[in-house]
Design a protein around this ligand. Sequence first.
Ligand code: HEM
Ligand code: NAG
Ligand code: NAG
Ligand code: NAG
Length: 323
Amino acid sequence: MSSLATATMGTLLCIVLLLCSTVIVYGQLTPSFYTRSCAQAVPIVKDAVRQAIAREKRMGGSLVRLHFHDCFVNGCDGSILLDDSTNITGEKKAIPNANSARGSEVIDHIKSQLEKVCSGVVSCADILTLAAHESVVQLGGPSWTVSLGRRDSRTAVQRDVTKNIPSPFSSLPDLISSFQAKGLSAQDMIALSGAHTIGQAKCSLFRTRIYNETNINAAFATSRKASCPSSSGSGDSNLSPLDEDTPDSFDNNYYKILRTQRGLLHSDQVLFNGGSADALVTTYSVNQSAFFQDFATAMVNMGNIMPLTGTNGEIRKNCRVPN
Ligand code: HEM
Ligand SMILES: *[C@@H]1O[C@H](CO)[C@@H](O)[C@H](O)[C@H]1NC(C)=O
Ligand SMILES: *[C@@H]1O[C@H](CO)[C@@H](O)[C@H](O)[C@H]1NC(C)=O
Ligand SMILES: *[C@@H]1O[C@H](CO)[C@@H](O)[C@H](O)[C@H]1NC(C)=O
C-alpha cells in the first residue's frame, strides 16, 4: 500500500472516529454534564432536598416517586411537571397522579434557584433525577453515581400515564411485564419496589387488600382498618405508611414486612406470595447491602429510560410550562 493511501485511510478513520465520538457524547448521559456549565447545579439540588426533607420527611418519598412516574411515561423528560394549558392535557390529572404525585413545588423552588445562577442550563428532568437520589441518601439509603444531560419534553399526554404506570391492583406477571416494557428486569422491579420502605398510601388504594384478602397478617389488617373504613367515601384519602415499622428510613424493612404478610398494597404482597419473586425478597430481607446494591443499579437503569439528549427537547425555564 502506498504511503499516500495509508495517510488517506488514516485521515478517513480519524473523521469516522470523530463523528462517532460526537454521536456518543450527544447520545449519552454523563455525571460531569454540568461541571463546566453550572458547577452549582448538584449542590443546589442537594441543599434544597435536604431542607425539604427537614421540613417534612415524607417529601423524600414523594420526590423518589415523582422521578419514577416521570421516567415510566415517555422517558425521563420532566413531562410529569407540565401543568395543563390550552395546548396540553398533561400527566398531573391522570388517575395515578391526581391528588397523589407530590413534590412539584420543591422542584419549582430548585428550578428558580438554578435559573438565578445559570439560566436555561439545568433541565427539569435532571432536577427530578438528582432530587430522587438525594432523597434516598438523606433517608439512609445507598448512593450511586448520577448521570446527567436529560432534556425536557415540550408536551405531555394524560392518557399515557394509565397506560404506563402499574396499578396497585396488579398481579406479579403484570408488574413484571410493565417493567419489561420499559427495558427493566424482574430484578429491577423487585428492587425498585423497595422504595415502598418510605412514604404513604391512600386508603382507597389498599381497602380491598385489608378487608378482602387472605394473605395478610390479621393484626396488621385490624390496625389499618382503624383508619380506613370499609366503604368508599370520606376516608378514601386517609393515609397509612407503606412500611409501618420504619416509614421514614430507607432500609430493607419493606422486605421483612412482605415476609410477615404486612405488605400494604396488593402489588406489594404479590412479591412474596409463593411466586417467582419470593427468593429475591428473602435475600433482600436478610441482606441490606444486596438490596442497596441492586436498588442503586435499578435506579440508574430507570433514569436511563428514553432520555431526550443533544438537540431533542429543550431546557425549560419553568418546569410547569414549555418555553
Ligand atoms: C411496582 C409497581 C408499583 C406500584 C403498583 C406502585 C404503587 C404505588 C401506590 C398506589 C402508592 C400510593 C399512592 C397514593 O396513595 O397516593 C405508591 C407510593 C409510593 N411509591 Fe410506588 N408503586 C410501584 C413502584 C414504585 C417505584 C418503582 C418507586 C420508586 C423507585 C415507587 C416509589 C413510591 C414511593 C416513595 C411512594 C410514597 C410516596 C409518598 O408518600 O408521597 N413506587 N406507589
Ligand atoms: C398553543 O399553541 C399555539 C400554536 O402552536 C401557540 O401559538 C400558543 O402560544 C400555545 N399556547 C400556550 C398557552 O402554550
Ligand atoms: C369484599 O368482597 C365482597 C364480595 O365480593 C364485596 O361485596 C365487598 O365490596 C368487598 N369489600 C371491599 C372493601 O373490597
Ligand atoms: C450480601 O450481599 C452482598 C452483595 O451482593 C454480598 O457481597 C454478600 O456476600 C452478602 N452477604 C451475605 C451474608 O450473604
